[in-house]
Design a protein around this ligand. Structure first.
Ligand code: F6R
Length: 626
């Protein structure tokens, strides 16, 4: 979703802001803009469309200066137009603002401000914040008896007071970056529910909504918490909490490196990330397999063995792809650890009130750590006293920081909007978790050892799976023109079917539905005809022959069948129109290999249909609004 970048220092700020906005493109956006503060005032360049187009505008109308803010907008209030793009001016240009999040009471504030004579140019909620800031700044100037700013400009404290007075009137979520025309060399940031990270450099300070624009510029970062306001300048960083006063910044080290956010020779991030999976699964396993004890090592749960043994139910909550990983986790935890487990859509859980005893442990599963619904569901569970842990990729994200503990994926930045490597890492971590809980309860030592051995082998199995790429490309060539797809699988492969269908619809805009294969005859089979291919996930396993029967039912109705099957499976080859082979692994590990041809299939179909695979329409990488 929207992205923020800011800078105060000595560089030509437009260059830094543009590069930062390019790095934030993966989040999804429809317009972009920057504002630069200089001796002559604040200059803004903004437009609907891509950052490259904004770059052309800035090239033809450059704005010199070394303090500024930038934004990529994902429209919520008002269409993606030049006027609705951020930054927005407040008052008569004394303030410029960029904003992530949603100001829920914008309508009533807008009316109040209009009555005071403020003129609105856009339809955005953000412009309310801009005018409020100008309004409170002018109030402060009046109260302090300043007739206008002198040569030195305004005192930062005065601007800070205006920010505090403004924030007190806002309801909703915000990450704000603000420039005051009369406050040279300074930018102010504020956070409530929308992430902001500050980078500390030598004689320069950076700001962004996630760490990617800072990579290569600094390794020292400070994550702002809710209700904190930061004042950034070339030489200083000051942080205040709105209610408790001055905050000592907690400086952390940024581990991301440039190559994490570069394409490294791949045509798209999605393909790069699909190919990273042998490595990312290895990263998720690293240091977490204990052969001597035949269990997993889960250092960050922050719960003692005694506390964990008390747990008698697990709730996994997530959205989208992470929710699909949760479904695999449910099967794993119930089968291995005999632990009753439920998977809840975070958007439902946050408003539902299911009975949960004090022995219920909650896991929020999230790649970004910023998904608004997952964060809210997690907070709701915490409020009710449940230990609430995170399975998360982004270090320092809101969910990672607010959870009582958790497990990082260590998958590196996922930039393609369609989640790929995060899914397999989440499934890997959930497998480790199931092993850990199982070994605490009843699983035998030899079984634990067998699982560890199989897990160690998975990076190699995933590498081998990638050999199906050529075949997948051929299948995509033959099938990309179909407009409806069914994805069918059973047991561990049912969530994989859901995930395959989601991948196809989100990047190629083809209608696709995932179903448990046997459920198909209770309704969806009515859709089957020559124009509706079914993708069967049918590696060998306990109910393999039952899935074969489901496949026959589709063929009997002339539905084309694409099968994902184990190497050398000729029975499937006799029935299906196309077979994509994957290596044979234990049933509980099949999602880790079967997801990969489905990721590749959606990638190639989307390319053949001329879609932007890394930045599909209407989607955002981290969904920070409700
Ligand atoms: C699908 C996809 C989304 C995310 C969902 C949750 O490819 O990326 O469905 O999985 O928005 O995001 P996180 O995992 O960041 O909470």
């Amino acid at each position: 979703m929207c992205g923020i970048v800011g800078y105060a220092g000595f560089r030509n700020v437009s260059d830094f802001l543009l590069e930062g906005l390019h790095r934030l493109e993966y989040r999804g956006y429809d317009s972009a803009g920057i504002a630069v503060l200089s001796e002559t005032g604040i200059d803004v360049r903004k437009r609907a469309g891509r950052v490259t187009e904004l770059g052309m505008l800035i090239e033809s109308q450059p704005i010199p200066g070394s303090v500024g803010i930038g934004h990529t907008r994902w429209a919520t209030h008002g269409e993606p137009t030049d006027v609705n793009s951020h930054p927005h001016f407040g008052g008569s240009g004394e303030v410029a603002v960029v904003h992530n999040g949603v100001i829920e009471n914008y309508d009533s504030l807008r009316k109040q401000l209009q009555q005071l004579g403020y003129v609105f140019r856009s339809q955005t909620d953000t412009e309310v914040a801009a005018h409020l800031l100008a309004h409170h700044l002018n109030e402060q100037i009046r109260l302090e008896g300043l007739g206008g700013s002198g040569e030195e400009g305004l005192d930062t404290d005065l601007c800070l007071k205006a920010v505090e007075a403004t924030l007190a009137r806002l309801k909703g979520t915000y990450g704000l970056a603000i420039l005051f025309r009369e406050c040279p060399g300074t930018l102010i940031a504020a956070r409530c529910g929308s992430p902001l990270v500050i980078g500390i450099g030598e004689n320069e300070s950076f700001l962004a909504s996630d760490a990617s624009p800072l990579v290569g510029y600094t390794k020292e970062v400070v994550y702002l918490s809710d209700n904190e306001i930061a004042v950034l300048s070339q030489s200083a960083l000051r942080i205040e909490h709105r209610h408790t006063g001055k905050v000592r910044p907690s400086i952390q080290t940024l581990s991301q490196v440039n190559s994490d956010i570069e394409l490294n020779g791949f045509p798209h991030y999605m393909l790069k990330e699909i190919y990273e999976q042998p490595q990312t699964v290895e990263n998720a396993l690293r240091g977490r397999l204990d052969s001597e004890e035949a269990t997993a090592v889960m250092g960050g749960l922050n719960l003692s063995a005694k506390e964990l043994r008390r747990i008698d139910r697990i709730v996994l909550t997530a959205c989208g792809t992470s929710w699909h990983a949760g479904l695999v986790g449910e099967y794993l935890l119930e089968e291995f650890a005999r632990m009753p487990t439920e998977v809840e859509y975070a958007s439902e859980l946050r408003y539902r009130n299911p009975p949960m005893s004090d022995r219920t442990l909650v896991f929020a599963i999230t790649q970004s750590g910023e998904t608004a619904d997952t964060l809210a569901a997690m907070r709701e569970c915490k409020r009710k006293g449940h230990p609430t842990l995170a399975i998360c990729n982004v270090v320092g994200s809101s969910i990672a920081r607010e959870a009582d503990g958790g497990i990082y994926l260590h998958a590196g930045p996922e930039i393609g909007v369609a989640s790929t490597k995060a899914f397999t890492s989440q499934v890997t971590v959930l497998t480790l978790l199931a092993l850990y809980f199982a070994r605490m309860r009843h699983m035998s030592f030899p079984t634990g050892q067998r699982i560890i051995k199989q897990l160690r082998n998975m990076p190699e199995m995933i590498q081998k799976t990638l050999e199906c790429h050529d075949k997948v490309r051929e299948v995509a060539d033959r099938y990309y023109h179909f407009n409806n797809y069914l994805y069918l699988g059973r047991l561990y492969n049912f969530p994989v079917a859901l995930e395959g269908a989601l991948k196809l619809k989100e990047i190629s805009y083809i209608h696709a539905e995932g179903y448990p294969a046997a459920e198909m005859k209770h309704g969806p089979i009515a859709l089957v005809d020559e124009q509706t291919p079914s993708v069967f996930i049918i590696p060998r396993g306990a109910i393999y022959s039952k899935v074969i029967s489901n496949m026959e039912e589709i063929r009997a109705r002339r539905g084309p069948v694409i099968a994902i099957a184990c190497e050398g499976d000729l029975d499937v080859a006799r029935i299906a129109d196309e077979v994509i082979y994957v290596p044979e692994v234990e049933e509980y590990l099949q999602p880790l290999v079967c997801a990969i041809p489905l990721q590749l299939l959606s990638y190639h179909i989307a390319l053949l249909r001329g879609c932007n695979v890394d930045r599909p329409r209407n989607l955002a990488k981290s969904v920070t609004v409700e």
